[in-house]
Design a protein around this ligand. Structure first.
Ligand SMILES: [Zn+2]
Length: 401
């Protein structure tokens, strides 16, 4: 009985979250999206209508009979997304419709002995400004490995963290559910909820920027590997005698095409000054400088070859490419396309590559999606924290003013 009851709660919450995340939907849409029977959707939505949590809306359909849509009554629920980087922290408040309502960036020093307490203080300040919105939970995305989202112990060479129990520290201080995840996996969760993952079950998400990373949605599930470390695409070995990588090895993809590597290449030929960076390099390429363009084209070529390897291995329906690096994509593109297509096996040459426009909120938005995704967390990846988010969602909907 208890099991049946909790399954009903999960399905009720899933309906609420789906309507919140995707907007109004018909009963048939809900049954398809949540993979439950139409009869069950009818029963669950009858309860939700009776409780006043959702409402019937009329929408004209293209042919004849109007489709009856269901929509949320209350919209004041939000998730907090936090992106932790070595030198700054970015925050967003995201409604359950997926729309960013507020954003902020604060300086941060990940290697300071006071890093944890500083992070807690800045997260608390951001939440205190949430006004009327009820916060369902906090999602944290960072460059590193997190063995279990719902526990949140972090290993990160970029942050200089070894076994930092960040999830527990935040939970204890803030008394909210906290889910911690590798930031590319967090972006994959956002793709699943709001992006390409809604249309496809096999999606390869690749990020290029300071680091190079990948997230893999396989058969509708984000692949985390044995210890949460799947998707270290940046450390695919490319050149045996290549430059030293942050991981300690030589010639990793990231050490060749990461933004730091491109800047080093440009400085070594005195194309940019020692105090200039990737923005100046991009400006030169935009202005037609051949050496600057060659640096980006070389990166595009290397990425294309490496990505062909990943596509040949994983067979995704679509590759989503995003990250700070795509701001210079026009200079990567031709060499990337040629290298990718020539290294794919014939059966996979039709794979679609979607390059998404990048803005700086995206990492934090991905982190917030970790919280918003928990109602669909059929594998229990978020553990106890997912259950706590679901409880807060149901409680908030039932006790709204
Ligand atoms: Zn490496």
């Amino acid at each position: 009985m208890a099991a049946a009851r909790s399954q009903t709660d999960v399905n009720r919450t899933a309906i609420l979250a789906h309507l919140g995340a995707h907007g109004s939907a018909s009963r048939a849409d809900l049954a398809r999206a949540l993979e439950v029977s139409p009869a069950l959707v009818t029963q669950l939505t009858r309860d939700l209508l009776a409780d006043g949590l959702i409402e019937e809306q009329e929408a004209a359909s293209s042919g004849g009979r109007p489709a009856r849509l269901l929509g949320l009554v209350s919209h004041d629920l939000a998730a907090i997304g936090v992106k932790v980087a070595p030198d700054h922290v970015a925050f967003v408040e995201v409604g359950i419709d997926g729309v960013v309502r507020r954003a902020d960036v604060q300086p941060f020093d990940a290697v300071s002995p006071l890093a944890a307490s500083h992070l807690i203080d800045t997260v608390r300040r951001f939440i205190e400004q949430s006004g009327s919105a009820r916060v369902l939970g906090i999602g944290v995305g960072l460059p590193g490995t997190v063995a279990q989202q719902g526990i949140g112990v972090v290993d990160s060479t970029q942050l200089g963290w070894v076994q930092v129990p960040l999830g527990e520290q935040l939970r204890r201080a803030l008394h909210l559910p906290v889910v911690v995840e590798n930031n590319v996996n967090a972006l994959s969760a956002a793709e699943q909820l709001f992006g390409q993952g809604r249309r496809f079950r096999n999606v390869l998400v690749v990020t290029v920027g300071n680091g190079v990373g990948a997230g893999l949605i396989a058969d509708g599930v984000i692949v985390r590997g044995r210890s949460g470390g799947a998707g270290d695409f940046g450390h695919v070995p490319v050149r045996e005698d290549g430059p030293l990588c942050q991981c300690g090895n030589r010639g990793c993809l990231e050490a060749i095409i990461g933004q730091g590597a491109l800047v080093n290449d440009a400085r070594s030929i005195r194309l940019i000054d020692p105090d200039e960076g990737v923005d100046e390099l991009r400006s030169l390429a935009d202005a037609g400088n051949a050496e600057a363009r060659e640096i980006f084209a070389h990166a595009g070529h290397q990425l294309g070859r490496a990505m062909a390897g990943a596509v040949n291995l994983l067979d995704p329906e679509v590759v989503v490419l995003l990250g700070e690096g795509v701001q210079a994509w026009s200079h990567w593109q031709d060499a990337f396309d040629a290298a990718l297509r020539s290294a794919l096996v014939p059966g996979k040459r039709g794979v679609t590559v979607e390059v998404e426009r990048w803005d700086d909120d995206r990492w934090a938005q991905g982190a917030a999606a970790l919280v918003l995704a928990t109602p669909f967390d059929a594998q229990g990846v978020a553990g106890d924290q997912g259950r706590l988010v679901r409880e807060r969602l149901v409680a908030a909907m039932e006790h709204r003013p």
